[in-house]
Ligand binder design. Sequence first.
Ligand code: NAP
Length: 311
Amino acid sequence: MTILIIATHDRPDWWARELERLAPEADIRVWPDIGNPDEVEYVLAWRPPHGALAALPNLRVVFSLGAGVDHLFSDPDFPAHVTVSRVVDPYLTAGIREYVLLHVLRYHRNQPALDQQQRDRVWDDRARELRQADEQTVGILGLGELGRDSAEALAALEFDVAGWTRSAKDIPGITCFEDRGGLDAMLARSRILVCLLPLTPETEGILNAELFSKLPKGAYLINDARGGHLVEGDLIPALESGRLAQATLDVFRTEPLPADHLFWDHPQITVNPHNAAITDPRSVAKQIVGDIARDRKGELLPNTVDTSLGY
Ligand code: NAP
C-alpha cells in the first residue's frame, strides 16, 4: 500500500512521521519523490500542483489536509472518479470556534476603538455604553461542521445568532435561513457577519458590495472561510463609506498576502495569516489511517465530499 503526501505549502515531514508511526507497513512517499506512479493508491494533499493527481492512474482516495476542498477542485485535471475525503476534526472545529468567538467579542465590546483610544491617551466615558449580548445580532454564512459549532458557542454566550445554509435547518437557539431566498433576510439582521462557507462556484465572490449594502449600516465582517469569497476591491470602499465598520480577514485570494497589499495597513482591517484553525497531524493522521483501513475492507468513508456540490 503506497501513500503519497503532496503538501508543499504544509509540513510534509510532519505528516510522513505520523503516518510512519501509525502505519509502519505502508510505503510513504513525499512529493516530488513519487517513485512509480502506478503504485500510489492514496494521497494526502494540500494545494497539489495542477495535474499531479491525474498522473496517478490507480489513485483511490485523496485526503484533503484541510476542511475545504476547493484547492483540489480548482485543478482542471482533477480525476473525477477519485473519492475525496476532508478533515472533520475536533481540534480544527475548536480552532474556528476560538477564532469566531475572539473576533465577535472584540467587535461586540468595541475593542478596536478602545485600542485607538489607548494609543491616543483618551479616556472616553462613552466607552461604557455597551450592548448586551442578546442585543447583538450575529449572522453566520454556512452552518456546517464549523459554522454550526461556532453558532452554538455564540448562542451559549446569549448572542442573537442566525445562520444561512443551502438546505433547510432546524437548530435550537439559532434562527435559520436557507437558499438564495433567505439570504437577504439574514443579512438585514446581522450586525456581525461571519463567513464559514465552502468555496464553490455558487459562493465565489459572495462577499461583495451588493451583499454589504444589505447589512445594517456599520456592520462588521469576519471572513475565516476562503479568500475567494471576498471581492477584494469592494471592501475598502465599503469600510471608508461607513457601510462596514471593520473587517477581520484570515484568508485571501493570494496567500501569503503580498507585502504591498492595501489590506495590510488599513486601520479598519485586521489581517491574519490563515491561521484561524490548523489541521493537527497528530489527530488527523490517525483518522486517515483508519479511513484507509476502511477503504481496503470496501467500506464507505466518513467525511467524503459530494463532488457534484463541490463540498
Ligand atoms: P461544511 O461542513 O461542508 O459546511 C458548509 C456549510 O455551507 C453548510 O451548512 C452548507 O449548507 C453551506 N453552504 C454551502 N454552499 C452553500 C450555498 N451555495 N448557499 C448557502 N449555503 C451553502 O464545511 P465546514 O467544515 O463547516 O467548513 C467550511 C469552510 O471553512 C471550509 O470549506 C473552508 O473553506 C473554511 N475553513 C477555513 C479555515 C481557516 O483556517 N481559515 C479552517 C477550516 C475551514 P448545507 O448545510 O445546506 O449543506
